[in-house]
Design a protein. Structure first.
Length: 281
């Protein structure tokens, strides 16, 4: 694998084949935008989307192939499935004609297992991946798990495709994906809820609603950026802003109580993990 983003981007720009994106909703569109931003030519991309946006139609004028009925003269290097998991049973059988001997299939459908994907694409190299919504601004994180048929070069290609919008972590243990979904897949909602709760608490303490919302929004966003940029871990950053006997310490005494935030988060992640297992069947 390449040594960094530049080598990964170069690998993606130099691929010999088509990237077929199935589904151009929010996550699919984020991936497409990321690929084009790092230099993947539009003529190397095909998209299956029954309700294409104006932006997608405009890209078709630049060489992107929209709703192809069959394979092109250029072999499909990767099929990226970004449809809602509920429609997967009807979509999957339509994709077999695009999958050649060297094609790698990447699914970002929540809850859809490698076994489910292999039931239709029996001999295909398949990667199951779980991204999250910050991919829309190029700041997501994705965990990917390959099946046994994925080769080294195919894994490199998938890494480059996903790295266009997110940091990528790999695992060989598919059993971890339910917890991954619960933590990072659903995690942005927890952060947004934190901002909501902080704003409401500010209002309860006497702040005007608009000011409370502004303070909560910028504080959460800025703290996230500080965590992103700093080499320090979260606990050290927390300690650095906590003076003994001060206001932050008073608040943390409540949040870090036995029945406080950690206990609540444990229950939340456990509930989301269990629901992910149920959805996977």
């Amino acid at each position: 694998m390449g040594s960094g983003p530049d080598s990964e981007n170069a690998a993606l720009r130099s691929i010999d084949g088509t990237i077929l994106l199935v589904g151009a909703g929010k996550m699919g569109s984020a991936l497409l935008e990321g690929w084009l931003a790092i230099g993947l030519p539009a003529v190397r991309v095909a998209v299956i989307e029954p309700q294409p946006s104006a932006e997608l139609a405009a890209l078709a004028g630049q060489g992107l192939r929209l709703n192809p009925s069959q394979g092109s003269d250029r072999e499909v290097a990767a099929v990226v499935i970004a449809v809602k998991p509920q429609v997967a049973p009807e979509v999957m059988p339509t994709l077999a004609r695009f999958v050649g001997a060297t094609t790698v299939v990447v699914s970002i459908m929540a809850g859809r297992t490698l076994r489910f994907l292999e039931a239709t694409l029996r001999t295909a190299a398949v990667v199951r991946a779980m991204p999250n919504t910050p991919a829309a601004i190029g700041r997501g994180i994705t965990v990917a798990v390959p099946n046994a048929r994925v080769s080294g070069p195919q894994r490199d290609l998938v890494h480059a495709l996903l790295s266009a919008v997110s940091k990528v972590e790999w695992t060989d243990d598919e059993g971890l994906m339910d917890a991954v979904t619960a933590l990072s897949g659903s995690g942005p909602a927890y952060v947004f809820l934190l901002a909501e709760a902080m704003a409401r608490a500010g209002c309860a303490a006497g702040l005007p609603p608009a000011l409370a919302q502004a303070l909560a929004r910028v504080t959460v966003a800025g703290s996230g950026e500080l965590l992103h940029r700093s080499p320090l871990d979260a606990s050290t950053l927390r300690e650095n802003v906590t003076s003994p006997g001060g206001t932050t310490a008073a608040a943390l005494e409540v949040l870090m109580a036995k029945d406080g935030l950690q206990a609540l988060m444990n229950r939340a992640i456990a509930a989301a993990t269990e629901r992910s297992r149920e959805l996977a069947g």
